[in-house]
Each structure stands twice: as structure tokens, then as C-alpha cells.
Design a protein around this ligand. Structure first.
Ligand SMILES: C[S@@+](CC[C@H](N)C(=O)[O-])C[C@H]1O[C@@H](n2cnc3c(N)ncnc32)[C@H](O)[C@@H]1O
Length: 377
């Protein structure tokens, strides 16, 4: 079992941590964008395909940079000694990353120069072009740049160091954005967001055997699920969307079941299953057949999902009012035109428990909430 540090992309630190928790389980938060966790040997591939993970390091250590902390020279030596004892054969380079708000006076060059000097004094070759070992030092200040709500409060500066994990590769989302696909509609979900919803539907230790998307539209979720080699059962009431999803999947050389079906009848379509994740963005506004129906359709789907797999997980994205971003309590937030506290009562009466409710800024007046429900029993 090795200790790793996982660094999130800057977009939404809270969701980054939730994604990591859904995939690896317990973690320690070192900074809003950096978490530490234990991962069993050979299990690193569980982190492949994550939406918000930017870098994986074999964790060396971390410390707060406050008045009482050790001096810089002591820190450079500690990082250098750890690297010498922990890195593999061959050459090395030191790379620093600065994230968040930091004083200009904090020099990343000083880390590179001093730690590098310490390691090379012990007989290791520097190779800045193509090193066999990349020693990474992350200098992280407050995370004010992220304008999403943040339940984890952090101020100060933290230093985290480790060696870049070569067995992990960042997912490449290029080349399949909605507008690049053969069939595009403005409702199409961005690949990274689709991937995030899929990750969030994970429960550590439970295998996601099947993803069910009853509102597949142009196939954004179906594509990301099938790219991860998970079985996907997709459906939509609009036959043009069904055809469009099939052509988008074919374009990527992927196949999955796509059927025309009203979402409130998916139990009849797919029957009883296990290991299911119900991942979808339901219709709202113009993508709803009648806009007033949105909440009813959504609640019907939650009922169907319980019938298909009472141990399943729901991961979804719902339209919300801008007030969702203003606080961490959400009783009065309007979600799909209803107060969230009223909706929760209905969601719970169907047998679901709200595991996550996390607002996402889409643009100035448009907010979505990412919501994950686990079975209540
Ligand atoms: C927000 S879009 C989903 C977009 C999709 N995630 C994508 O990547 O393109 C909602 C979809 O729900 C479909 N829809 C609306 N009412 C439905 C219903 N009662 N049953 C099934 N699908 C429905 C619409 O045709 C639309 O394709």
C-alpha cells in the first residue's frame, strides 16, 4: 500500500475531492486542491479516466509554511534526502508548481536550485530534458481563485513534495467535444462533465457494472461510459436523439444499447440489474417535452431506478437558481423550479438519500447542482 498525493485541476476543488473520495475512499485533505491517500499496489488504474485529477505523486511529505515552521534550508535538505532515498535509478529533475494565492517573494527557483543541488551532491545526474525521476514540489497558497462554494477552509501556505507517478496518465479529453461530434445539439454534455458524473456515481469497493442514462440526448454520458469499457444502457424519448447518439458512438468506434423510451418506463425496458449507476442530466426548459413536467419526469426516473437496482447510485446534474452558490446550506435553493427542501422530502420518500449536493457555476446567471443519491437502506 503506497501513499500518494493527488493534485486537482483548479476548476472546482470541492468536486475534485468528491471525485477522488468516490474513487479511492478515505483521504486526507492537505489543501483544497491536494489530497493524500493510500492506494494498493496495482490499483492506480482506478484513477485513470478521472475528470478533475491533474497530477499523481508518490507522496514524500508536506508541511505548513508558517512562522513556527522549519527554515527553508532545513526543508530543502528534508526534501532532497527523501528524494535520494526514494527515487529509482537514473537521472532526475526538480519541478515546482505554484498554485493559489502566493506572495511574490516565495521563489520556486530557490526550491529547484537548492533541492537539486542537494540531490546532485549525492551523485545523481540532473537531466532537465528527459529525467528518469521527476521530483515535484507543490507550493500552494489560499484557493481564492476558485469561485465555487468551499466547505473546507484553508489559509496559509502548504508545501507538498513527491515523485511523479509514471504509471498514471492524465485523461485526454481532446477531439471529442460536443461540437466535434457528428451529431451535436446545444444540450450535449461536455466530456469532462459527463466523466465527472460517472466518477461520482462510484462507491469504493463496489464495481459499476452498468451505466443507465434514460435521457441520453446526443450520447455525452454513453460515450464516456463506453470509453471506460463500462456497459451503457441509454435511451431517450426523441428518436432523432437516439439516432444521433448511435452515430456519435459509431464515430468513436464504440457500441452500446440505445433505445427510444419514455424515461418513466425504463424498468420495463431494462428489467432488474445490479451494480448500476444511473447517470443523467434530465430535461429542463426546452429539452423537456413540456417544461412543467421536468420535476415529475425526474421523480419518476428515481422510482424506476429503485426498481431496476435498489442498491444502485444516482449521479445527476440539475438546474438551480444563482442562490445555490451563495451558501453551503440549501433548504431554500430553487432546484428545477422547486425548493430543494421540498424536493429532498420527495427524493427520500422514493428510497434515496442525498449523498452530495454541490453547485457548479455555468455562467453568470446559470447554475447547475451536481447531486448524488445513495440508497437510503
Ligand atoms: C438535457 S438533455 C440530455 C443531454 C445529454 N446528456 C447529451 O449529452 O446530449 C435531456 C434529454 O431528455 C430527453 N427527454 C425529454 N423528456 C423525456 C422523457 N420523458 N423521457 C425520455 N427522454 C426525455 C430529451 O429529448 C433530451 O434529449
Amino acid at each position: 500500500m503506497g501513499s500518494f498525493a493527488l493534485l486537482g485541476m483548479g476548476w472546482h476543488s470541492w468536486l475534485f475531492r468528491e471525485e477522488m473520495r468516490a474513487i479511492v475512499g478515505d483521504l486526507d485533505i492537505l489543501h483544497p486542491r491536494i489530497v493524500a491517500c493510500k492506494i494498493k499496489e496495482g490499483a492506480l488504474e482506478r484513477l485513470s479516466g478521472c475528470a478533475l485529477l491533474d497530477e499523481v505523486l508518490v507522496l514524500g511529505g508536506h508541511c505548513e509554511l508558517d512562522d513556527s515552521s522549519k527554515g527553508f534550508d532545513e526543508l530543502f535538505t528534508e526534501i532532497g534526502d527523501w528524494a535520494v532515498n526514494s527515487m529509482g535509478e537514473g537521472s532526475f529533475a526538480i519541478r515546482t508548481r505554484k498554485i493559489g494565492e502566493l506572495p511574490r517573494s516565495l521563489s520556486s527557483r530557490a526550491f529547484e536550485r537548492s533541492v537539486g543541488k542537494h540531490i546532485s551532491s549525492q551523485g545523481r545526474d540532473v537531466n532537465l530534458e528527459d529525467p528518469e525521476n521527476e521530483v515535484v514540489v507543490i507550493i500552494a497558497g489560499s484557493n481564492d481563485i476558485d469561485s465555487h462554494p468551499e466547505p473546507y477552509s484553508f489559509s496559509g501556505i502548504t508545501i507538498t513534495w513527491g515523485i511523479k507517478e509514471v504509471d498514471w496518465e492524465k485523461e485526454d479529453f481532446s477531439g471529442r467535444s460536443p461540437t466535434e461530434r457528428p451529431y451535436f445539439k446545444p444540450v450535449s454534455l461536455d466530456p469532462r462533465q459527463a466523466r465527472l458524473l460517472i466518477s461520482l456515481s462510484n462507491i469504493p469497493g463496489r464495481e459499476t457494472k452498468t451505466i443507465i442514462d434514460p435521457f441520453c440526448g446526443t450520447g455525452g454520458i454513453a460515450i464516456e461510459g463506453s470509453l471506460q469499457d463500462i456497459e451503457v444502457l441509454a435511451s431517450d424519448l426523441d428518436s432523432r436523439m437516439v439516432e444521433g447518439s448511435i452515430s456519435n458512438l459509431k464515430w468513436l468506434d464504440r457500441k452500446c444499447s440505445v433505445e427510444k423510451c419514455d424515461a418513466s418506463e425504463i424498468f420495463g425496458l431494462w428489467g432488474k440489474r445490479d451494480g448500476c449507476s444511473f447517470v443523467f442530466d434530465p430535461p429542463y426548459g426546452r429539452s423537456s417535452w413540456k417544461s412543467d413536467d421536468s420535476v415529475e419526469i425526474f421523480l419518476n426516473v428515481l422510482g424506476e431506478a429503485r426498481k431496476i437496482d435498489p442498491t444502485g447510485v444516482v449521479s445527476t446534474m440539475l438546474p438551480a437558481g444563482p442562490e445555490a452558490l451563495a451558501s453551503l446550506t440549501h433548504e431554500d435553493t430553487v432546484v428545477m423550479g422547486r425548493s430543494w427542501s421540498d424536493l429532498v422530502v420527495e427524493i427520500e420518500s422514493i428510497g434515496w438519500r442525498v449523498h452530495l449536493f454541490c453547485p457548479v457555476r455555468v455562467h453568470r446567471s446559470l447554475v447547475r447542482v451536481i447531486a448524488v443519491f445513495h440508497p437510503s437502506d
